[in-house]
Structure formats: structure tokens, C-alpha cells
Design a protein around this ligand. Structure first.
Ligand SMILES: Nc1ncnc2c1ncn2[C@@H]1O[C@H](COP(=O)(O)OP(=O)(O)OP(=O)(O)O)[C@@H](O)[C@H]1O
Length: 266
């Protein structure tokens, strides 16, 4: 039986990973850990390598050198069968909601269960309904199409679909894109709650500082392809890391937050 099914640790370890495209180094000797039950956030400027790092972890890119360990097992050394089982334990939340337009809310959440589970139809409906209930979708909306619900609701449905197979790992690419600040906050909190509740190793690719400050349990800052800093959101004000400070305090709001933080320390 594959190692990642034996216990609920499911830490992700990136060890000395290098990745280039056409001799252009994009990831340079990156090492980082992603913890279970935590919202692990990859942050950095546009083009810094966040998406490439996430794709390497998911196995969509092969690394040139280094290792990606999922619960201690090297992704590149897994057998086809092990990768197939692992993929069923990975939830994905894309930019936008990526729901199927021609399927209802319930059908969207049923889709992975129909494709990958051995549940009976009744069990699939029970599981999909549980997930929709968990993200606060009213049963009255189960029969609606994505075009008939708001962007925030679409995102909730996408989260319900992402957790339907009870994932060990949840990968989110800019989960707040296209949402207003208030809805973004609610979606962030929902992802955070679900991560803790189901002990998921959640990895979020983001450059939204509000999200980082709200739910960043374990933040990995990438600067020009290198891991420049890793820590908790409570530590981000005093890192002494110039590139990180430039990134975090680019907005006036966070300059003011930093100022009040340093005044409190005195
Ligand atoms: N498939 C690819 N082929 C060639 N170059 C690529 C490929 N994917 C990414 N790159 C390059 O790698 C670098 C990092 O890209 P990446 O998409 O990881 O940035 P990012 O930090 O996610 O940016 P953003 O925040 O804008 O999404 C960029 O210079 C990009 O052009």
C-alpha cells in the first residue's frame, strides 16, 4: 500500500529543487515545507516562480534536480498506480471557479465522485450534499446552474467539489481572483476552516496580502526563483528581509499596519 495512505501526516517537502525552461532557471535550489492542517501560502511578485513551484509539487512539471516528498515518498519515484491513487487524494481550486456550465451545482460536486469513487449513487449524493452543506450552499440551490448563482457561491461550490473526495492535499491558485474584498475574506476563512477541520495540507498561490495576513499559517516567499523567507503571518512584520518588506509593504495600508505594529512594540 502506498506510504501516503498509512497515516495522516501528509507533509510536503521540497528539497533543493531546480527547474529551468530553455536554460532559463525559474526555480533555484528551492527547499520548503508545507504542513498538514495549515494554510501554506506561496507568495511573491508576478513571474517569481510561484505557479511553477506549485506545478512541480502537483507533478505537472518534472523537476530538473532535487526532490518533492509527499508524506516522505518521492513523487518522481512513485509508480503509475501510486500516482493515480495520489491524484484522487488531491483537491484543486483554480482561478475562477472552473465549474461545468452545463451541469447543476449538485452535478458539479458529484462529478469527481462519479469518476473516481466506488460509492453507490445514493452515497455519492449523500457525500456531495454533505460537502455543499459544509460550504453553506442551501439545498434549494442544488439544481441551479453556475450562471444562476453569484461568484462567491460559485467559489463555494468549487470548494465543495474540491473536498468531495476527502483530499489529503488541496491546491488553490489565486482562490480570490474576481471576488470583492468582503467575499474574498469569507472564502479565505472557509478554506482555512476546512483545512484545519479535515487536516488537509493546503497550498495556496497568492499575491493578495489581505489573504496572507488573514490565513497565512506557513508563508513561503519566493523572490526571483529562490525561497527567500518562510514563516507565520505573525512574523512577517519583522523579517529584516528587504525584498519581502518591499513586497508586503507596497501598499499604504500595510505601511500603516507596520507603523502601528512597531509603535505597539515600544
Ligand atoms: N511552460 C513554461 N515554459 C517556459 N517558461 C515558463 C513556463 N512556465 C513558466 N515560465 C516562466 O517561469 C517564470 C515564472 O513563472 P510563474 O508562472 O511561476 O510566475 P508566478 O510567480 O506564478 O507569476 P504570477 O503571479 O504572475 O502568476 C516566468 O518567467 C515564466 O515566463
Amino acid at each position: 500500500m502506498p506510504k501516503f495512505l498509512l497515516n495522516n501526516l501528509n507533509m510536503i517537502e521540497v528539497i533543493h529543487v531546480n527547474k529551468s525552461f530553455d536554460n532559463n532557471p525559474v526555480l533555484k535550489d528551492v527547499s520548503a515545507t508545507f504542513q498538514p492542517g495549515q494554510t501554506n501560502m506561496i507568495i511573491g511578485k508576478s513571474g517569481s516562480g510561484k505557479t511553477v513551484l506549485m506545478k512541480c509539487i502537483i507533478g505537472l512539471h518534472t523537476v530538473d534536480s532535487g526532490k518533492i516528498l509527499l508524506n516522505g515518498q518521492n513523487l518522481t519515484e512513485m509508480t503509475f498506480q501510486e500516482v493515480k491513487i495520489l491524484r484522487q487524494k488531491v483537491g484543486m481550486l483554480f482561478q475562477g471557479s472552473a465549474l461545468f456550465d452545463s451541469a447543476t451545482v449538485l452535478e458539479n460536486v458529484l462529478y469527481p465522485l462519479e469518476m473516481f469513487s466506488s460509492m453507490s449513487k445514493a452515497e455519492q449524493i449523500e457525500r456531495a450534499s454533505f460537502c455543499l452543506h459544509r460550504v453553506s450552499i442551501d439545498p434549494k440551490a442544488f439544481g441551479l446552474y453556475p450562471s444562476e448563482i453569484s461568484g462567491g457561491m460559485q467559489k463555494r461550490v468549487a470548494i465543495a467539489r474540491a473536498i468531495s473526495m476527502n483530499p489529503l492535499y488541496l491546491f488553490c491558485d489565486e482562490p480570490n481572483s474576481g471576488l470583492d474584498p468582503q467575499t474574498s475574506l469569507i472564502i479565505d476563512q472557509l478554506i482555512h476552516e476546512i483545512t484545519e477541520e479535515f487536516k488537509i495540507t493546503t497550498v495556496i498561490n497568492s499575491h493578495d496580502m489581505n489573504s496572507v495576513m488573514e490565513i497565512g499559517d506557513n508563508i513561503i516567499f519566493i523572490e526571483k526563483g529562490e525561497k527567500s523567507w518562510q514563516g507565520h503571518r505573525s512574523e512577517i512584520f519583522d523579517t529584516g528581509n528587504k525584498a519581502l518588506e518591499d513586497f508586503v509593504f507596497a501598499s499604504d495600508l500595510y505601511k500603516k499596519v507596520k507603523l502601528s505594529h512597531s509603535l505597539l512594540d515600544k
